[in-house]
Design a protein around this ligand. Sequence first.
Ligand code: ZN
Length: 94
Amino acid sequence: MADLPVHRETDGRSCGAVTGIPMNQDDVFANELLVASHGDICTHGAGALTGNANEVYVHEILVAGHTASGALCGLSHAGSAPTTEGSPDVFVGD
Ligand SMILES: [Zn+2]
């Protein structure tokens, strides 16, 4: 099993945006950044993440680690919007 770097607010997406406010939750942090979870969108306003941190939840929502897939981004050129970054030293699930 590989460690999964937790994805956080301001971490990048393949569409060129970052995961951003609003987030699903506002009080669970990693490296002083809000932890991303299932359904969090990018700053384009779409691209909802698919939570992938095995049995790690924030407020009962599955956490998203780096390599989480994303839904289609709002910008048609971008396609889906999986993560491109995660924490350098905080890991979740597998
Ligand atoms: Zn996007």
